[in-house]
Design a protein around this ligand. Structure first.
Ligand SMILES: Nc1ncnc2c1ncn2[C@@H]1O[C@H](COP(=O)(O)OP(=O)(O)O)[C@@H](O)[C@H]1O
Ligand SMILES: [Mg+2]
Length: 440
């Protein structure tokens, strides 16, 4: 390398940098200063919280909705900006256990962590002391404890999140005796009442829900347009913005995905010194999806992977989009090596919920008439992407199975079934054999 090459590199980097004004506006982890819409949810939250002025608070609020619907952002915005409220906000995603959660809360309240051996009751009483001193310090009498991504506690079967909530509700009652108030806001994908909670909790929490419906495409366009104005030096064509909102949504507006997509597309465009186009969005979408799935699959259990492949295989071979839990379960049983003991139907349903929570699939509750409700799943990506990431070799075999079948369907014998009745399989026979083979 000489001075000239160094100079060339500097110019190249500067060229790329010119593209961005303030890139942090495209970071989904930093909090938005400007909230677009969501007045209804903000008003509902404030209604639940503001009653503290009359000396009464709702013990627990359940904020719920799909990923990327603005739950974390809006809850934080309200709690941090509402006069008289002392917020304590934690995200349980990283800790996953109840004891870890208590330490996270203690940390947020400025206290040191406890050891596991101290036990949960000790942790709760430390939290109580810390809350009292925080409120005294701030001269306030109302603390809002936000437990973001609370649902992670339900995925760990050894945990009893209901018990944890109960202990926190009892803590609230203790604080009340001291003239202090506290509300808990549990943020999760589904309403808290849909999770397994015991009656002691149910009877106390009532129904204080705030639902975040998925954004419409227009909302997502507004959110990303605002970010573009601040983050990029050049404007982006309206059609490109709309395309970005469209493909990031999968029918359910997801602001996080849209912002991530835009940032990745902008990086690709900057690298090539081009104006952002639909092609960059497509490339970004492919890259992001691949990276994300590789990450999820690399840390997944063998059973989780097998359920993923079951859904991918049945979607690919039947070319149908939606599949019931029982179809997926049968497929799983078919693919499971003989010597491995199968998981129960119930456990597979739980794994499907986990798969949905990673964003690999989405579900729909379909009425089966008087037989009750059944859940159906569909992949949010092409089955081949997921299948090859889980097991490339096995997926090539699935592709070959399908190619062989298609050859048979299109063979001249099938096209002219009249030519030799003995040698020809009727279409219905091919279909039946194929279905049996696929396992549906
Ligand atoms: N109404 C909104 N206005 C501006 N930005 C938003 C809005 N809703 C979501 N965002 C942005 O989208 C991203 C995802 O939002 P987030 O609150 O984390 O969603 P959730 O918690 O529901 O998964 C964040 O970067 C956030 O700043
Ligand atoms: Mg969130």
């Amino acid at each position: 390398m000489n001075k000239k090459t160094l100079g060339d590199i500097v110019r190249k980097v500067e060229q790329k940098e010119k593209f961005f004004n303030k890139k942090s506006f495209l970071d989904t982890l930093s909090y938005s200063e400007k909230i677009i819409g969501r007045e209804k949810q903000v008003e509902e939250l404030i209604t639940f919280l503001l009653s503290y002025k009359r000396g009464f608070v709702v013990p627990l609020v359940s904020v719920y909705g799909r990923s990327g619907s603005g739950k974390s952002t809006i809850t934080r915005f309200v709690c941090e900006n509402l006069e008289g409220v002392s917020p304590c906000i934690v995200n349980l995603r990283t800790v996953k256990t109840i004891f870890g959660s208590t330490n996270l809360i203690l940390g947020e309240l400025g206290e040191p962590s406890l050891k596991n051996s101290h036990g949960i009751n000790m942790a709760i009483s430390k939290i109580k002391e810390a809350i009292i001193s925080k409120l005294t310090r701030e001269g306030k009498n109302f603390l809002v404890l936000v437990l973001d991504e609370f649902d992670v506690l339900f995925y760990n079967k050894r945990e009893r999140p209901s018990d944890f909530v109960y202990k926190l509700l009892v803590l609230e009652e203790h604080l009340k005796k001291k003239g202090l108030m506290m509300s808990i806001i549990c943020v999760s994908n589904n309403a808290l009442s849909e999770y397994e909670l015991d009656d002691r909790v149910r009877s106390r929490i009532g129904s204080s829900d705030v639902f975040f419906e998925p954004y419409s495409k227009e909302d997502v366009v507004k959110i990303i347009s605002e970010r573009i104005k601040k983050a990029l030096t050049n404007m982006v064509d309206k059609s490109v913005v709309e395309y970005c909102a469209e493909i990031s949504s999968h029918g359910h507006g997801d602001a996080r995905r849209a912002i991530d997509l835009l940032r990745t597309a902008a990086e690709i465009a900057a690298k090539n010194e081009e104006k952002i186009s639909q092609l960059h969005i497509d490339k970004a979408s492919y890259d992001l999806q691949n990276n994300r799935i590789v990450k999820i699959i690399s840390s997944a259990t063998p059973q989780f992977k097998l359920v993923c492949v079951s859904l991918a295989r049945v979607s690919y071979l039947t070319e149908e989009v939606w599949h019931s839990t029982s179809t997926i379960y049968n497929q799983y049983r078919k693919l499971l090596p003989k010597e491995v003991k199968p998981l129960t139907y119930r456990r597979i349903s739980e794994l499907l919920t986990e798969i949905e929570n990673t964003g690999i699939a989405v579900s729909q509750t379909a009425s089966k008439g008087r037989y009750g409700y059944g859940t159906r799943y569909r992949l949010t990506m092409a089955p081949g992407i997921l299948g090859s990431i889980v097991n490339k070799g096995a997926w090539i075999m699935v592709q070959e199975e399908k190619a062989d079948h298609e050859k048979l369907v299109q063979s001249s014998l099938y096209k002219h079934p009249g030519s030799d009745p003995m040698a020809v399989l009727a279409k219905s026979e091919i279909d039946t054999n194929w279905k049996k083979y696929v396992g549906v």
